[in-house]
Design a binder for this molecule. Structure first.
Ligand code: FEO
Length: 395
């Protein structure tokens, strides 16, 4: 069922209430999601993006109920990832000659995933535009590596809508569509989680792209991303947040992330947490067991932090595999301007603290020398090292 966005622009996407994960299982979905596709019906009829492959038949059938598919003058494919292009095969079976406007990299990615289809691709670059009638046009803006090589945004003049694709999105199902109808806490929680876990590796490009879009001097009344709520109430608020988040963002927060075998390393984690609160009551402290809690939620908290403290006991001359996997994922997110410290228990060889320090350095953290390395169970002598570690983190 279509939902009006503004004037002759409608949402024709898929509200994915049951989605539990994304990018395989690499991104947890806690509040549903949506794949937003849009239909523009001016003198030209334009479809912007489609929905994920499993929903392709529903998507095409629903679209048929709204319009005669043969009335679609052209399709804009802002992004080739299958959550947005996955219904093209089913749709193009119905309207095989319909032109598709997209970037050159998008053609490669679509053909790479679905094979050569002899579709009528029209390659566009930043600044290219196309008239859609009633004095309105679509202007294309390449968004290379935000977050795929093919990513693109499309701006509609007249109604001043930026169809931003993944940028500014959230994995959050909002039946009423708009940011002013969404639960504000959930909206921001999901928006920052999306940035931290998907866009942060490309943060320098985000800053440049925001400057580039600002220089185009286009009035923006609505930002319509491809996931989650559409920003119509003060749409620039999410752009302003992106500008902050892309610039080595941090709050007065420290996140402690650990795993433990028999509870000793957990004790150190909580001792460090208590000491941070003692030395700096205004600092927010969060403590997570990386084996038990959601990694994307933890990464979001680390993204917001000025420092991370990572703990693992030594096991077979190494760290626990849960912590290894956690650190490997964290490395890909390319956090900047954050301090780090390490801790862990051991029984004989005791490599974990050093291994954690090396891995955190490789991931770009400013690792402090102070650490807590505890033989068997932590005792008062081990805990006596905690104040110095915390003071160094807060300095
Ligand atoms: Fe929502 Fe990059 O796909």
């Amino acid at each position: 069922m279509r939902k009006q966005v503004k004037n002759n622009v409608s949402w024709v996407g898929y509200m994915d209430w049951e989605l539990e994960s994304f990018h395989g299982d690499d991104y947890s979905i806690m509040n549903g999601s949506s794949q937003n596709a849009y239909l523009i019906e001016e003198e030209k009829t334009v479809l912007i993006d489609t929905v994920w492959t499993p929903h392709r038949f529903d998507f095409v059938e629903n679209l048929k109920k709204e319009i005669d598919l043969n009335k679609i003058d052209f399709i804009v494919a802002n992004h080739a990832e299958c959550d947005h292009s996955g219904s093209l095969i089913a749709l193009m079976k119905e309207i095989p000659n319909t032109p598709i406007y997209c970037t050159a990299a998008c053609v490669k990615s679509i053909e790479g995933q679905f094979g050569k289809q002899n579709w009528n691709f029209n390659i566009v670059k930043t600044g290219d535009s196309i008239e859609i009638g009633n004095g309105k046009k679509l202007i294309f803006v390449e968004m290379k590596m935000l977050h795929w090589p093919d990513s693109m945004a499309t701006y509609m003049t007249g109604d001043n809508i930026l169809f931003s694709n993944d940028a500014f999105g959230q994995h959050y199902a909002v039946a009423e569509l708009f940011n002013d109808k969404a639960n504000e806490c959930v909206l921001w929680k999901e928006a920052v989680k999306y940035f931290a876990n998907i866009l942060n590796p490309f943060a320098p490009l985000v800053s440049k792209k925001i400057e580039e879009i600002a220089a185009l001097n286009l009035p923006i009344e609505i930002i319509a991303p491809s996931h989650g709520a559409i920003w119509r109430d003060n749409p620039m608020q999410i752009v302003e947040k992106y500008a902050l988040w892309a610039n080595a963002y941090q709050e007065n927060q420290i996140t402690i992330a650990y795993d433990t075998m028999w509870g000793g390393t957990a004790k150190i984690a909580h001792k460090i947490s208590e000491e941070i609160q003692k030395q700096s009551p205004e600092t927010v402290v969060k403590v997570f067991n990386v084996a038990k809690q959601d990694k994307n939620e933890i990464m979001t908290e680390i993204f917001k932090s000025k420092a991370v403290v990572v703990g693992s006991p030594t096991a077979v001359n190494d760290i626990l595999s849960s912590v290894t996997g956690f650190l490997a994922f964290m490395k890909t997110l390319k956090f900047k301007n954050k301090k780090a410290a390490t801790f862990g228990c051991y029984g004989w060889s005791g490599e974990s603290v050093k291994i954690l320090q090396e891995k955190l350095k490789e991931s770009g953290f400013n690792v402090i020398d102070e650490n807590v390395k505890s033989l068997w169970n932590p005792d008062e002598e081990d805990f006596s090292k905690v104040p110095e570690l915390v003071a160094s983190l807060l300095a």
